[in-house]
Design a protein around this ligand. Structure first.
Ligand SMILES: [Zn+2]
Ligand SMILES: [Zn+2]
Length: 110
């Protein structure tokens, strides 16, 4: 798709064209470029100024299926929650305050 674009046009398109191509072809590259673009825009690299990071433990749902964890715990709390467990990593919220944002700026958000 680049054959009809001259060198000067490529220079003109610049990062925009790169971003467009990357967005279409490769989500991983897109996220990489987005991160660098975010930082160049003064946005947070980790969260894009959302100030939240999804919990990797519960995939952002705030609760966990019992599976392996259940067998390790024998408390009344577990008995009362037979279908799922609150994620103790994120406190069942499904996300954390972004550590980058909370340490760098805008502490009033959290
Ligand atoms: Zn969690
Ligand atoms: Zn952040």
């Amino acid at each position: 798709m680049l054959e009809h674009i001259t060198a000067s046009e490529v220079a003109g398109y610049g990062v925009g064209a790169l971003l467009l191509c990357a967005t279409i072809s490769a989500p991983k590259i897109d996220s990489f470029i987005s991160a660098s673009q975010r930082s160049s825009l003064g946005m947070c690299k980790r969260c894009g100024d959302l100030r939240l990071i999804a919990c990797s433990n519960c995939k952002g749902s705030g609760s966990l299926r019992q599976d392996g964890v259940f067998s390790l715990i024998t408390s009344d709390e577990v008995k009362s929650k037979t279908s799922s467990l609150s994620c103790n990593k994120c406190g069942a919220r499904g996300h954390f305050p972004c550590p980058e944002c909370s340490k760098l700026r805008r502490p009033k958000g959290f």
